[in-house]
Design a protein around this ligand. Sequence first.
Ligand code: ADP
Ligand code: MG
Length: 516
Amino acid sequence: MTKTSQRAVGVDLGTTFSVIAYLDDLGRPQTLANAEGDKLTPSVLLFEDTSVVVGKEAVKAMATEMVHVAECAKRELGLRVYHKVLGGHQYPPEALQAWVLNKLRRDAQQQIGPFEKVVITVPAYFDEVRRKATQDAGYIAGFDVMDIINEPTAAAVAFGFQQGFLSPDSDGGERRRILVYDLGGGTFDVTVMEVGGHEFRALATDGDVQLGGRDWDQRLVDYVCEEFIRQFGLDPREDPNTQGRLWRECEDAKRTLSARQRASIACDYQGHAVRVEVTRELFLDITRDLLDRTAFTTRQTLQAAGLEWKDIDRVLLVGGSTRMPAVSDMLQEMSGMVPDRSISPDEAVASGAALHAGLLLSRFAGQSPAFNIRNVNSHSLGVVATDAKTRRPRNAILIPRNTPLPVTAKRVFKTQKHGQKSILVQIVEGESASPDDCSQLGKCTVRDLPPDLPAQTPIEVRFHYKENGRLTVMVNVQGTDKELRHEITRENSLSQDQLDTWRHYISGLPPAASAP
Ligand code: ADP
Ligand code: MG
């Protein structure tokens, strides 16, 4: 590979840990260690006087400077600002994510030289708003985000590579159905995929963006604190630094419990101390409902794919939390199969993203791709319509969930009065019939309608939902051949100017020609 040619780089921007990988000269994915020498970079930030420290050191600071630490910003993507004030400021979650990406970029560039183009992964269950926010974070961090792909898909691609399905002299093997169970630090995702003939096709996907290893940690924190309260009438959670320290202790104990039958957790607060013994059994007891939630979602996803366990060839474990023995026990009992641990649960997602980046680069260069990815949408997409009977607003679904992508759907609106100048289209994402229970994607105002349009003129609004789960809106006024592409106005999303300002502030780079 010459110096000027593009490197294929993939980033797994995780809730708790992030990973960056690239394709080496032989096209094999390799994880790049960060400046501290670790393959996993904690997605944690410490706001010091004038600088932001990302990674291991920020995690350490949780025990002493918790008020200056930001973590799990991924869970807050889509909100206007991160819940915590840091150094006197409230930052948009995508800016916090961008700091993490910026560290990965800089550390990686030290090793493989400059690059801009990347593929970033997101949970399959991420909605459109969070996908857009992730793409924006990449832009702020100085990347040119070629694509965003789903984490389980990326993991399946890495698995396919490792199994040799992707090599040019293989026919891709027979068709296999894989269930990817991804339990990370902050999110849970389950996807049923069909792999074969160099094609990766998602059949159904579901998940929970508020469920992950952090919740298991929290149960231990609460357990220890209840013991503390019982003995001393004091709650260590009242002090952020004590809580930060205790969380680290509990996370560590959780890892111990994956290898041993028991672990002990120490907690001291206001001159009192306890040491709590936790057995694997007790840990399972206080977290069983969390595990049950993942089991429930897994069953549902299988059902949504129209399959039964006998139709599944492999259960693939992804995400650090699948190291908990209870996870594989549960899956084995449910599926009758021993779950597959042949890919690294931490690195698979970034590796798959790098492979996808390589595919896109070769496609740009006019070569035929080594494999194909077919996705489905994880949430239904609709518009707010007025119910003819009740006159109440309701969610009129245009693209039901688990529809193969890309897809185009249309809906015809009618102008209400003569000479109407604009039409407002409100776009929502979710399964509920009530728009209030759905996520508000944004609005699209169709302006500049031709003058003197008679009332009841049909206006065709088309949604084009891309492979990566991003939406574009096209509008056509009947009787004209004008096809308008419409921008969606989003409530909590940053404007191009704001993105450029953040980009300069965080990555020191000027605006790019190819803005998101
Ligand atoms: P994410 O992608 O959401 O950031 P990861 O896939 O990197 O998450 O997984 C991180 C989670 O895995 C953390 O909650 C961590 O505590 C957990 N984890 C890592 N190793 C172990 C282990 N040996 N036992 C139990 N949990 C683990
Ligand atoms: Mg992950």
